[in-house]
Design a protein around this ligand. Structure first.
Ligand code: BG6
Length: 461
């Protein structure tokens, strides 16, 4: 076994995540990072020939715009194994097929992931083994804790990568530069100057045939419990002294530990909706409740909005509103930081002073700063202007970035075990309130902005 060589073993290789996200990310990674020596083994529970597997990879690499000597070499040497990874014998066969140090990527549902980890804990494992676990990590706080405890019995934390592809998104990484390389922002990045922070990820996409997974997760767990809380952590954390994984992830963990539902009231600090039939950008979409595989007794939400507080010196009193939903009228994916009004506007100044807003768009990668300046004509009248800039795209997509960390053994862009638990701890009271029906499940037509009755969530006493 060559010591630099890694074997990426994808468990769940025949699934949608592998074809749509993992393989295109891998192709981009190989085409840009020539020094990586990677072998790929696909594992699934359906029969597939090596030739069929290669065809799938070729199509995914093409979709990711990746074609290079490295991608061709990987395709030539790859294999597909039909196996049940919850069984020790099958796992042993998979390890025996690896020519490099294995990185097991779990593109599997959380319940199956837990079973595979239990099997791994009881068997002989190759040295240097790396695990990459897709979200959601566990299905609630107790299961995430139990899974962390189990992992700790057989593998060091630095070799466990809890994947959150938002940490690989270039805009999220760009926030670090914006915040910490400009004296201007960090100075006013606190409750004295900031009125509220909104992190939104509204999608026009509907269920897209993912009921098997999504109907058990819903918008809160699918997007907020994982991705948007990571974004919140990057926005709100204290400046780390280095970008090493210990400093960066430590700063993220610290701020998440201080985060809770606004005023501790899950029923007033959250709301949920589910789309009914409608049309999105001219495309007809049926009601979520009628989609094949949806069980209406689960009352799964397709839109969730929650308000959080961060109980520390910097942020006390500032609401952080997190929202994400499907089948909405617009792909609004941004972070909006609204500053407080100035304490005094000179008497005699006319026009409208809008609150200064910094808007960081997650897709496309841009930032906008809304300011008041003296306008044309009457120099004492205010005009509102927007300064905009485009963030450079990273050479790889988010999955390429995340896979690089896994294959190079750098956990910086992975979710640390305690952080995964904090994220569950934050949403647990909301999930409990929803289970008790303390918050209505409001309907909204697909293609609308959300339930008509929704006003701003209350953030004042
Ligand atoms: C995934 C969610 O993790 O993130 C999806 O499961 C969601 O429901 C997706 O659509 C959004 O991320 P991106 O990068 O595809 O916009």
């Amino acid at each position: 076994m060559s010591s630099n060589r890694r074997t990426l073993v994808i468990l769940g290789a025949s699934g949608d995540l592998t074809a749509r996200l993992l393989l295109p990310g891998l192709g981009q990674l190989l085409s840009t990072q020539g020094d990586l020596e990677v072998e790929l083994i696909g594992v699934g529970n359906i029969p597939m020939t090596d030739a069929q597997w290669r065809k799938r990879i070729t199509a995914s690499f093409k979709a990711g715009g990746a074609s290079s000597a490295a991608t061709r070499a990987l395709i030539a040497g790859t294999r597909y194994l039909e196996a049940d990874a919850t069984k020790a014998d099958d796992l042993a066969k998979i390890f025996a097929a690896c020519s490099g140090t294995p990185a097991l990527y779990f593109a599997l549902p959380p319940a199956v992931t837990e079973l595979v980890c239990a099997t791994l804990s009881k068997m002989q494992r190759p040295s240097g083994l790396v695990l990459a676990l897709e979200k959601p990590f566990g299905t609630n706080l107790p299961s995430a804790r139990a899974l962390n405890r189990l992992l700790a019995t057989f593998i060091p934390e630095e070799r466990v990568h809890r994947v959150d592809h938002f940490l690989g998104k270039s805009t999220v990484l760009n926030i670090l530069g914006l915040r910490f390389a400009n004296r201007l922002f960090e100075h006013s990045w606190n409750s004295s100057n900031i009125e509220r922070v909104e992190i939104s990820y509204d999608e026009t996409l509907g269920l897209e045939g993912r009921a098997g997974y999504y109907d058990h997760a819903g918008a809160l767990v699918d997007m907020i419990q994982s991705h948007l809380l990571q974004v919140l952590a990057v926005i709100a954390m204290e400046p780390p002294s280095t970008l090493d994984s210990a400093d960066l992830r430590g700063a993220m963990a610290q701020v998440l530990r201080a985060t809770r539902v606004w005023q501790g009231k899950a029923a007033t600090g959250s709301r949920r909706g589910r789309y009914t039939a409608g049309s999105v950008a001219g495309r007809k979409l049926g009601a979520y409740a009628k989609e094949p595989g949806v069980d209406t007794s689960r009352a799964t939400e397709t839109l969730a909005e929650i308000v959080l507080s961060i109980d520390n010196w910097r942020w006390a009193g500032v609401p952080f509103v997190l929202r994400s939903g499907k089948a909405l009228d617009d792909d609004r994916k941004d972070i909006v930081i609204t500053f407080k009004p100035v304490p005094h506007l000179p008497t005699g100044m006319t026009g409208t002073s809008v609150p200064t807003q910094l808007r960081i768009a997650l897709d496309p990668h841009m930032m906008h700063l809304d300011l008041n300046i003296n306008g044309e004509g009457d120099p004492f009248a205010l005009d509102n202007v927007t300064l905009s800039a485009t963030f450079a795209d990273s050479v790889m997509g988010a999955y390429g970035e995340v896979l690089e960390g896994i294959l190079r053994g750098d956990p910086t862009l992975s979710v640390r075990g305690d952080v995964a638990e904090e994220c569950w701890r934050i949403v647990t009271p909301i999930l409990a309130a929803w289970r008790k029906d303390a918050v209505p499940l409001d309907g909204y037509p697909a293609g609308s902005a959300g339930p008509r009755s929704w006003k701003q969530l209350p953030t004042k006493d």
